[in-house]
Design a protein around this ligand. Structure first.
Ligand SMILES: [Ca+2]
Ligand SMILES: [Ca+2]
Length: 294
């Protein structure tokens, strides 16, 4: 690994003590703090051919340019390509980054399962459990988990949300999951179907994902979805609006056609106010509207 600093390059290398070769370490990679240390960064990298089952390596930087192996999370099925997609997100909001690992070729023949996401909850920076706390599956042949991304808090409830691609399910689907203080919720909150986007030629929708950017500046993070068919789709998160007061007052309350004029028969006054969770503590906007119509 080469890390660019301000003016120079720092080179760190990892030498596998078992030297198996061809494990494809570095196939995908995430770097951050609050993984195994509050300040020091941990490198999380997938090796989908490790012992034919796949693995995710957690490495720390050591003095002298070495990367030290801190933990290895291993896949559970030959050929599932465990570790070919990874994402970090603090799902339960305890301050520590949790880990999601894709295994898109996982299958269970009898249950018609194809593709999996393993969810590993961080044990307060000490380590990750060897077995996932939650295993999500897609349908047969979907390659569910070929992509996974942390997409920010799209519903502004204080918990990070996750997108998972299943690019071979029909024209491709993207599953949106919310989380809570207990971690990721098992049932998807939303499934976005490539078929319903009405884009001619679209296929393999959800092959890649990139989240957390607010491109339209409405304080909600948006999501980019890639494909192999020359399409990139931008999905913009909509604001969550709560109507807090509303009144509807017709005058007169009882209509008398004899009192109608040529231009007016009844007057209606509609008033309402709403608030909007914007996720930005500096965002303040009081909006109230009042209309009268005759
Ligand atoms: Ca956490
Ligand atoms: Ca959320």
């Amino acid at each position: 690994m080469i890390q660019r600093k301000e003016w120079d390059l720092s080179e760190y290398s990892y030498k596998d003590p078992e030297d198996q070769g061809n494990l494809y370490i570095g196939y995908t990679m995430q770097v951050g703090s609050f993984i195994l240390h509050p300040k020091n960064i941990t490198i999380v990298t997938g090796a989908p051919r490790h012992r034919h089952m796949g693995a995710v390596f957690l490495l720390s930087q050591e003095a002298g340019g070495d990367l030290r192996r801190r933990q290895v999370l291993e896949g559970s099925q030959v050929g599932a390509y465990f570790g070919s997609a990874i994402a970090l997100a603090d799902l339960n909001n305890d301050g520590w980054q949790d880990l999601l690992v894709g295994a898109p070729y996982y299958f269970e023949r009898k249950e018609e399962v194809g593709g999996a996401i393993y969810v590993f909850m961080n044990q307060a920076g000490t380590s990750f459990p060897a077995h996932p706390s939650l295993l999500l599956h897609g349908p047969s042949g979907s390659a569910f988990g070929l992509s996974v991304a942390s997409i920010g808090d799209i519903n502004q409830d204080g918990f990070q949300d996750i997108a998972v691609g299943a690019p071979f399910e029909g024209l491709g689907k993207v599953y949106i999951y919310h989380s809570s203080s207990k971690g990721l919720l098992r049932q998807p909150q939303q499934v976005i179907h490539g078929e319903k986007l009405g884009l001619p030629g679209l296929a393999t929708f959800g092959y890649s994902l990139s989240g957390q950017m607010d491109v339209d500046e409405n304080f909600y993070p948006d999501l980019l979805v890639g494909s192999l068919s020359d399409h990139i789709v931008l999905l913009r998160a909509r604001p969550v609006i709560n109507i807090v007061h509303k009144t509807l007052v017709p005058r007169p309350a009882v209509l008398d056609p004899a009192l109608c004029t040529a231009t007016s028969c009844v007057q209606v006054e509609l008033c309402f106010a709403y608030n909007q969770s914007a996720g930005n503590p500096n965002y303040r906007r009081n909006i109230s509207e009042c209309w009268g119509a005759a």
